[in-house]
Design a protein around this ligand. Sequence first.
Ligand SMILES: Cc1ncc(COP(=O)(O)O)c(C=O)c1O
Length: 363
Amino acid sequence: MIRFQRPQLPPSAVIDNYLGLSREARWFSNGGPCSQLLAERLGERVGAFCTPVASGTLGLMAALTALLGDRTEGIALMPAFTFIATPQAAVWAGLRPLLLDSDPAHWHLDPAGLEATLAKGGEARVAIAVSAFGTPPPAAVRERWEAACQAAGVPLIVDSAAAFGAVADDGVPTGAQGDVEVVSFHATKPFAIGEGGAVFTRHRELHEQIERQINFGFWPDHLVASGRGLNAKMSELHAATALAVLDEYDSVLKRRRAAAADLRARVEAPVTWQRESERSTWQFAPLLFADEGRREQALANCADAVETRVYYRPVGQLIPDQVDVTEGGTPNAEDLHRRLLCLPMANDLSADEVATIATAVGA
Ligand SMILES: Cc1ncc(COP(=O)(O)O)c(C=O)c1O
């Protein structure tokens, strides 16, 4: 059985080499030397301020409270086609998610739906767009998200959990989109450290606010704090692991993209690949079938040899009482969920395994 994912960590000697900085300083959290170095290196790579955090979900929660403060009533706009953590962060922050549809051409939040909803006015306090499956949105789509939010005076968070390392078609790297962009370093992400993530922003004041939010909401004098402050700091052990991952990450992305290109070439079934997927980090390999029947057939073909997943279940189906759905519903999100099948990916997926997966998917 080819596992859906089989994360790898860097050799312990490389992690320990970085961790030596923390041992020497006898400083293992609270922005210790590894976390500081990681923030510097990630920030330089992206061209934005960076805050390492303990998970992507905590990063989203910190971003929301940094943007909105403790006054948290109102609506958070987001796609239905995302992982459950996106609406959960908003619900935790006291917001009511309003789910919008995705565009079947690229599987990301449909900018037309966002524009129409924001143009109506209402209580939208924030929009959270998502880089679906670690693929950056086409620049033209991102520009429409940004323009619509700016015109409405609503901040834009981009949840790019799986997309660290991707660069959009206009050269904008993941981390430099929207007002704030959040990535995950969970074990199942291409940049895998176990649990972790990072929050990026190009705005200094917002960065300072995010830094406060992840440290119990304390202001620098520790005399005042935020009611929704968090302990979302990344530990030094995780930051040392992330530094070791970063050293090899370009080669990891190259290998995943080569395996994905090989898979694309070998799959004979009439399927659609995500637009811009050549720019993706390939958390896994999502395939869109022409109809649900063909997807079910491929699922059955894979059953004994290839572990698969069916993502994303539209989040309104998971927490129906805690979200609202845009007028007209989210038919594209539901249709994508019915026709998509996610296939395995790994840093070391071999040519033989790619051939086995392609054969299992069928013609
Ligand atoms: C779209 C999306 N948002 C948020 C998250 C949450 O990230 P984490 O698992 O690091 O909390 C994930 C991944 O699990 C995700 O896929």
